[in-house]
Ligand binder design. Structure first.
Ligand code: ARG
Length: 459
């Protein structure tokens, strides 16, 4: 393609470092879609004849069919997906193929292809996020009243419900989806027609191609069009935050599934055995979701580093935007699917969770609140009295509810029998009725609200 200016072909190392076909062949659908739109526009504006464009269009469709059917051989010598497709077109239709590249450059072409690919992938990832939300909300509704320990510092803090805990992730995913929507909305401008960097002298219609490819409008500045990869960065940032959320849930599942916690049993489909220790059921899928977050963050970091300091406009560095992005989004997609499967299959052990919810003096705050509510004690004093009672119970190695009324009254004489009603974990969660609180009635309402919304969107 630039053979005219060079006496010898690139040597093997040059080809090795330069060729992107091994990974950018993934863009073939988007590349053909963009070329079809470009060709139709060249005809509509009278830049190419109807005859040439008919040949180009038929040829591109034949290439498409061949790639689809895996009858196409991608060649490294042809560098990238754009040249591979154009060269094949030339073999099919002859010189008319050479006219397709009128008023276009690989710089605006690759920017267009990549936007289309990222947009398609974001749509698919959004659907997967919605599906995980649905799996979580369904489990949450079933367990709106199932008591488990809530933690801070991974120390027993206060009893909560399992449904409430799962809905926390539904909220995170809802923000993740908001970030995906934002990224999609901002990327949806068409760089095609910016040409190499400066625009073109041909009377092209950029609105026409933008519309044909489902973009909201053409990009406004040709220099920015070929040098911007913000849309990749934003997508990877959104993907990283979601991967981070998934890794937190994955870590919790790993903990919950250990015999020491014993809160959940994972299905056989998402666990593996050990080749040496027959008793083991390892939560491999959860561990991998936790671990794979690193690849997604890595892609974002690599992309930021690659882009920083690049002078306008296109530089070949930017070819490095692809592998990490493909890998990160494919990884996120796999993690979302695995997580939805794990959540759907996960069987909580309600007895174990409830037992654990009562450990670690998890209802101490309820006791302190009782002192405030009934005895009108300032909270700080109530905290002090409760601390003493916890100290006594802990020295005896029993729970707060096992202290006698006399023992309690020795610390605070005004305490009555009624205090025992707030020391149970069920009573504790039931009392947390404040907006966003863990009371089963709240959780049930929230889960139903989410389910209605998610099912409606799904249609
Ligand atoms: N393979 C290239 C990329 O991915 C396509 C654009 C090449 N442009 C150029 N002027 N060499 O960035």
């Amino acid at each position: 393609m630039w053979g005219g200016r060079f006496a010898t072909g690139p040597d093997a190392i040059m080809e090795e470092i330069n060729a992107s076909i091994d990974f950018d062949k993934r863009l073939w659908r988007q590349d053909i879609r963009g070329s079809l739109a470009h060709a139709a526009m060249l005809e509509a504006t009278g830049i190419l004849t109807g005859e040439d464009v008919a040949a180009i269009t038929a040829g591109l469709k034949a290439v498409e069919a061949d790639i689809e059917a895996e009858r196409f051989t991608f060649s490294r010598a042809l560098e990238d997906v754009h040249m591979n497709i154009e060269n094949d077109l030339k073999e099919r239709i002859g010189p008319a193929a050479g006219r397709l590249h009128t008023a276009r450059s690989r710089n605006d072409q690759v920017a267009t292809d990549m936007r289309l690919w990222v947009r398609d992938t974001l749509d698919q990832i959004d659907e997967q996020m919605a599906d995980l939300q649905l799996a979580l909300a369904e489990k949450a509704l079933a367990h709106a009243g199932s008591v488990m320990p809530g933690f801070t510092h991974l120390q027993s803090a206060q009893p909560v419900t399992f449904g409430h805990h799962l809905l926390a992730y539904v909220e995170m995913l809802s923000r993740d989806r908001g970030r995906v929507r934002d990224a999609r909305a901002r990327l949806n401008e068409c760089p095609l027609g910016a040409a190499a960097l400066a625009g073109t002298s041909f009377p092209i219609d950029r609105h026409m191609t933008a519309q044909a490819l489902g973009f909201d409008r053409p990009t406004a500045n040709s220099l920015d069009s070929v040098s911007d990869r913000d849309f990749v960065l934003e997508t990877l940032a959104a993907a990283s935050i979601c991967a981070m959320h998934l890794s937190r849930l994955a870590e919790e599942i790993v903990l919950w599934a250990t015999p020491q916690f014993g809160f959940v049993r994972l299905s056989d489909s998402f666990s593996t055995g050990s080749s040496i220790m027959p008793q083991k059921r390892n939560p491999d899928a959860a561990e991998l979701v936790r671990g794979k977050a690193g690849r997604v963050f890595g892609a974002l970091q690599a992309m930021l580093t690659m882009m920083k300091g690049l002078p306008l406009t296109y530089s070949k560095d930017m070819q490095e935007d692809k592998e990490g992005t493909f890998d990160a989004l494919q990884t996120l997609s796999l993690c979302l699917a695995a997580m939805a499967g794990m959540v759907r299959d996960m069987e909580p052990d309600l007895k174990a969770m409830k037992r654990a919810a009562g450990l670690g003096y998890a209802t101490a705050t309820d006791l302190a609140d009782w002192l405030v509510r009934v005895l009108k004690m300032p909270f700080r004093d109530a905290h002090h009295v409760t601390g003493k009672l916890v100290g006594i119970a802990s020295a005896k190695g029993v729970g707060l509810e096992k202290l006698s009324l006399e023992e309690m009254q020795a610390v605070e004489p005004q305490i009555t029998e009624a205090i025992f009603a707030v020391l149970g974990v069920t009573q504790s969660v039931r009392s947390r009725t404040s907006h966003g609180g863990t009371a089963p009635a709240n959780v049930g309402r929230q889960a139903r609200r989410w389910l209605a919304q998610l099912r409606k969107a799904r249609g």
